[in-house]
Ligand binder design. Structure first.
Ligand SMILES: [Zn+2]
Length: 534
């Protein structure tokens, strides 16, 4: 058989234990045909074969982002970003510009703010001063809180008489009037339905643009966590791109656990789909988030003796959901950030379910974030074969907050080394748009335990660092393991999907601090060159 494409003269790190390094890879029909030294692989070249000279550069399997809200990345790219803005006056200037640039009949939308970077508590009054009577809605960096203007509250019908929705909070001033901060989904959900949605054609175009961004960053796969209100819309858009042969990304699409009954009624199960788009896990939420101090903790937050966070789904409720999911063939993907939430999710998905549940789940269960855990619980994920779906890039922005809200407990925050040494399968993602999509930032974070400025010096709990090989595994084989796709994805191995990247910089010889700036030169998806750096 002759190859369609051969990459030769490269330094290929295959992530395949049987042959970790190679010089060349041949591709035929969207799959790897052969992997080995130049001489052997080039024998597969025919007159039509496209030859790509690797020029000695590092090549890796295409990376997968195991936790991303992809349609939100596409939508947020069109909105004002307040991500990492440390100066409140600058925040006000950015919102002012957004107000000026947004047509008057539209909502002014933005995201990424973090009040921990300011000495100001944001309120509706700040936005009213800039936007007058126009509705403004700005999602916090973790998306678990919104900061809205008075006009937005008015449109949503939220006033002093509105009770806090279940598991959520409407912050109020001293007179009991809503002050513009809405915490958690049910409060946010009072406002969100009033925001007019972009039409499907615009969204499809934005998605295609964002797939291009993913290729430029070295991503050829995602686990899409867009499971809330727009889940159906996302799924339809992915399918529409697929029909037009424009879905140049492997998409593992999780579904909201809220819709398990519908999935069960239809007989829908994980894996249904094709090589580009398939049904994934059932997603539920155990708790809130760290920065909003709503992550559920075993002991109170530092300096807040009455606050142990928020349980979004109780252990009993989670058990009911996981049981219904198992009956339908679905495994769970559960958001758990605080140490109590992590413990309860292990109790339910691990201990209770391995005893009581029907055998033969189609995929392993996964816990999303595992941001902090009690040391007693760290060995328990591996014991129960629960995968840690974690986002190293968060530690770059979060480490000072984690120290502040959790104190000494932060020792076991983002405890990747400890989890791995216990035998836990790690799968890395970005949680974009909560953090940037660029996987080099996550690789940098897991390697150095430092932020982009090189802080803290010596690394934050540097004993939790991973090696580059372990990190690349967590961006390739980790997600493939979670998706039940190790036979076709995650390494450069004959027979697997031909998804591959060539980097401009050799991650193995760069100093750790330079990894965040590493660039991708070439991306091959399903045997087709989809990105070349110009
Ligand atoms: Zn997420």
């Amino acid at each position: 058989m002759t190859a369609d494409l051969i990459l030769h003269n490269a330094k290929i790190y295959t992530v395949d234990k049987r042959r970790p390094w190679a010089e060349a890879a041949a591709i035929s029909n969207g799959r790897f045909l052969a992997v080995g030294d130049n001489e052997a692989v080039l024998k597969l070249a025919g007159p039509e074969t496209k030859l790509v000279d690797g020029k000695g550069r590092l090549a890796l399997p295409g990376l997968t982002d195991a936790h991303v809200h992809f349609i939100q990345v596409a939508i947020r790219a069109k909105q004002v970003s307040l991500f990492g803005v440390r100066d409140f006056a600058e925040v006000q200037r950015l919102v002012e510009t957004a107000v000026a640039e947004t047509p008057p009949e539209q909502w002014v939308l933005g995201w990424g703010w973090d009040e921990n970077l300011w000495d100001v508590q944001p309120t509706a009054a700040h936005l009213d001063a800039i936007a007058g009577d126009r509705p403004v809605a700005l999602a916090r960096m973790d998306m678990h809180s919104w900061w809205v203007s008075s006009a937005a509250l008015r449109v949503a019908g939220i006033d002093a008489t509105t009770p806090d929705p279940p598991e959520s909070k409407i912050d109020r001033d001293e007179n009991g009037r809503p002050n513009g901060i809405l915490r958690e989904w049910n409060a946010i959900g009072l406002v969100q339905p009033h925001i007019p949605e972009p039409d499907a054609a615009a969204l499809a175009a934005w998605l295609r643009e964002t797939i291009g961004v993913a290729h430029r960053l070295g991503l050829t796969g995602i686990h899409d966590q867009r499971v809330e209100r727009e889940g159906a819309q996302s799924f339809r858009l992915w399918q529409s791109l697929r029909r037009q042969n424009q879905l140049k990304l492997r998409v593992h699409m999780n579904i909201a656990a809220d819709f398990l009954d519908e999935a069960a009624t239809l007989g829908l199960q994980p894996g249904f789909g094709d090589d580009f788009l398939w049904v994934g896990h059932a997603k539920a939420f155990a708790d809130g988030a760290m920065g909003s101090r709503t992550a559920s903790m075993l002991a109170p937050y530092e300096g807040e003796p009455d606050n142990v966070g928020v349980i979004v789904t109780s252990a009993e409720e989670l058990w009911q959901i996981a049981s219904r999911a198992a009956d339908a063939g679905f495994s769970m993907s559960v958001h758990a950030i605080g140490d109590r939430a992590v413990r309860e999710v292990i109790d339910v998905l691990g201990e209770r379910q391995t005893v009581d549940a029907p055998a033969g789940l189609l995929l392993p269960h996964r816990i999303e974030h595992v941001q902090v855990a009690h040391p007693d619980d760290l060995p328990r994920l591996a014991q129960h074969k629960l995968i840690a779906s974690v986002q190293p890039v968060h530690l770059q922005t979060d480490w000072p907050t984690a120290d502040a809200v959790w104190g000494d407990r932060a020792r076991y925050a983002y405890a990747f080394r400890t989890l791995l040494d216990h035998g836990t399968v790690l799968a890395f993602g970005s949680d974009a748009p909560v953090a940037p999509l660029n996987p080099m930032l996550g690789i940098h974070a897991a390697l150095t335990r430092q932020d982009a400025r090189g802080l803290p010096e010596g690394g934050w709990y540097p004993e939790e660092r991973l090696t580059l090989g372990e990190i690349i595994w967590a961006y390739t084989m980790g997600p493939a393991t979670m998706a039940g796709k190790t036979a076709v994805q995650g390494s450069i191995t004959p027979g697997k999907w031909a998804d591959l990247i060539v980097l401009a910089d050799d991650l193995f010889t760069l100093p750790g601090t330079a990894v965040k700036d590493a660039k991708v030169d070439l991306t091959i998806f399903n045997g087709e060159v989809v990105f070349t750096r110009g």
